[in-house]
Design a binder for this molecule. Structure first.
Ligand code: ATP
Length: 347
């Protein structure tokens, strides 16, 4: 549906060039919810704005529905943009217009007949569950309600793609959940491809089918949701994933030198991540029986991602240098991901 090929965007500023997006290639399939995650300044907003040419990349191709948008004339681009709607963190509603008028606006700009506009707006008000608030002004609505109106307005022109730039970042967790459910419903029921820009892995975990991780203008890792949780390659990806479970707390305990994380010279602290396929493996007893390595569990957690349970435990393993190395190898052989968080002899 959307393909970016070697997209590069540089801003010229008084302080020099800012390389916001560097050589990014991505493939977003029709019907997918595609997440782009990264810290502030990673280039996510610029990248998504390159998708509808709100920012014009100086290099690369932006292919939407088989056409390179950079080759289109003004009319062609206008037409393509009607099929790609966008919602924002701060909703961007017209404050002087009612809910009804805000949703009707894109249709009025297209000079659609009044009856058609009325039918469409009422259908969308029903979808966002705000029929009763049709005559309210944005200032009379909660943040979640405002975002619902923005979503309805974005859907008015029957887009094929919905671009969401930090759409839930200004909302509380409960409202975030309800907006994410609405986005997922729209995706499923209307077959609208969704691109979600976020700095929160919880958002990715909740609704995305596939995710790209951005760092300093580049996409450093892309994968489907479950594999990226089971086997993240880049450190930044691992850090994002750890924000979705309590195992990040272990890092805090490590950083503050908590007694639980103090190690003797013959110990190592290891995070083990396992999936249903290898969960049956009695790894802790096998380490003891086969290698004589003792393990004490200091943390355990199971997350369910797309109905797939993914377990994490953090263990303190005790043994000689060789035994500890063999322990890691045995875990890996069993398909369990291992990450040594700390070694006793390098305190
Ligand atoms: N119009 C602009 N002019 C100059 N620099 C810009 C412009 N827009 C973005 N940048 C710079 O490009 C880099 C990437 O910004 P961008 O907003 O795309 O990142 P982001 O990952 O979306 O971060 P945030 O979530 O904070 O918006 C930043 O260094 C930013 O300051």
């Amino acid at each position: 549906m959307i393909r970016l090929e070697h997209v590069t965007k540089t801003f010229q500023t008084r302080d020099g060039d800012v390389h916001a997006v560097k050589d990014v290639s991505l493939d977003i399939a029709e019907g997918q919810i595609f997440g782009i995650i990264g810290f502030s300044g990673a280039g996510k907003s610029t990248l998504v704005r390159c998708m509808n040419l709100l920012e014009r990349p100086e290099e690369g191709k932006v292919i939407f529905d088989g056409k390179n948008l950079l080759d289109l004339d003004a009319a062609g681009l206008r037409h393509a943009r009607q099929k790609m709607s966008m919602i924002f963190q701060h909703f961007n509603l017209m404050r002087s217009r009612t809910v009804y008028e805000n949703i009707a606006l894109p249709l009025r700009m297209e000079k659609r007949p009044k009856e058609e506009i009325d039918k469409k707006v009422m259908e969308l008000l029903d979808l966002i569950d705000l029929v009763e608030r049709r005559d309210s002004y944005p200032s009379q609505l909660s943040g979640g309600q405002k975002q619902r109106v923005a979503i309805a307005r974005a859907l008015a022109t029957d887009p094929k793609v919905l671009l969401c730039d930090e759409a839930t970042s200004a909302l509380d967790p409960q409202t975030t959940q309800s907006i994410l459910h609405l986005i997922r419903r729209i995706n499923r029921e209307r077959n609208i491809t969704v691109v979600v820009i976020t700095h929160e892995m919880l958002v990715v975990k909740e609704i995305c089918d596939r995710v790209a991780v951005m760092e300093a203008g580049r996409v450093v890792e892309t994968n489907d949701l479950v594999p990226i949780f089971i086997n993240p390659i880049e450190e930044i990806t691992r850090n994002f994933i750890n924000t979705t479970n309590e195992s990040a707390k272990i890092q805090e305990l490590l950083d503050t030198g908590h007694p639980l994380t103090q190690l003797a010279e013959n110990q190592q602290l290891v995070r083990l991540t396992y999936t249903p396929e290898n969960a049956a493996e009695p790894i802790i007893s096998r380490l003891a029986e086969k290698l004589g390595v003792e393990s004490s569990i200091i943390f355990g957690n199971i997350e369910v991602i797309r109905d797939e349970p993914i377990g994490t435990i953090v263990t303190k393993m005790t043994g000689s240098d060789q035994q500890l190395k063999d322990a890691l190898a045995l875990c890996r052989e069993a398909g369990i991901r291992t990450e040594v968080m700390k070694r006793g002899n390098i305190d």
